[in-house]
Design a protein around this ligand. Structure first.
Ligand code: URA
Length: 259
């Protein structure tokens, strides 16, 4: 196999029993954190273009990949396509998000069951109406993991958009003009029982259903948009560790023959 151009490693680089599960983070530092703190005998597979990827073994004995999608759906779509080419069949995105509901507080966790997908990349993969639904079994496995870990979590629909500022109705930005159709969008999503904003899972979910792999998403809440636009740095680290632990527990406890 030729080396996939962006991720920079091949199936042959993954050992005799290549893993089929990947934990996928937007931030390369988070992919390294997982490798350092949650994987035994981890080794760097590639850091091509800042897309750090590691292989290693969880305490449960399961070998997985910890890898980086980069920011946003376009970059994620490239990485995910190439991960599937090297044999990955189960992907959990571990991200951060902004809550748009009063009862979903910073440092809690959102597990996305589906997405309102407002992403250009996804339209190259499936028609706009195609459902952006997470794998139901992986979603349940994460909810069970959160319960087991006694972490505050919420399961529901995520607004997955292309921009951090305009698409999430932020006005505290360099853009002096928010287009008319975005004024009040957060309130509308709130009424539609959408839980949070993030920037990748809608495309990931559509890809999972089209390509035939299991896709899930767990995000740490780092902004409370019913209160303000800012990211709350103080609680970010512990919330991210909770999101990682949920994903790690879910893939460790996952009973393939049951689902
Ligand atoms: N990620 C987002 O996309 N939005 C937020 O508000 C926080 C993290």
């Amino acid at each position: 196999m030729l080396i996939p151009y962006h991720i920079g490693f091949r199936r042959e680089d993954l050992g005799e029993k290549p893993p089929t599960t990947a934990l996928l983070c937007g931030d390369p530092k988070r992919a390294s954190l997982i490798a350092q703190s949650y994987l035994q005998s981890s080794r760097l597979l590639s850091d091509n273009r800042g897309l750090n990827s590691y292989i290693g073994t969880l305490n449960s004995g399961k070998t997985i990949i910890s890898t980086t999608s980069g920011m946003g759906a376009s970059s994620l779509s490239i990485v995910v396509n190439e991960l599937v080419q090297v044999g990955i069949r189960q992907i959990i995105r571990i991200g951060t998000c902004g809550s748009i509901q009063d009862n979903i507080l910073p440092s809690s966790i959102v597990i996305s069951s589906a997405a309102l997908c407002k992403q250009g990349a996804a339209n190259d993969i499936a028609p706009i109406e195609y459902p952006a639904a997470a794998d139901p079994f992986l979603t349940v496995a994460m909810a069970k993991a959160a319960k087991k870990l006694e972490v505050e979590y919420h399961v529901g629909i995520t607004a997955s958009v292309d921009t951090f500022y305009e698409g999430q109705e932020r006005t505290d930005s360099a853009n002096p003009y928010l287009i008319r159709q975005l004024h009040g969008i957060t309130q509308e999503y709130r009424y539609l029982n959408i839980l949070n904003y993030e920037m990748e899972c809608g495309t990931l979910f559509k890809m999972g259903n089209v390509y035939g792999f299991e896709a899930g998403c767990v995000c740490a809440v780092i902004a409370q948009r019913t209160v303000g636009e800012n990211v709350i740095i103080e609680s970010k680290e512990s919330a991210i560790h909770n999101a990682i632990k949920i994903a790690v527990t879910a893939v460790s406890d996952y009973e393939e023959d049951v689902y």
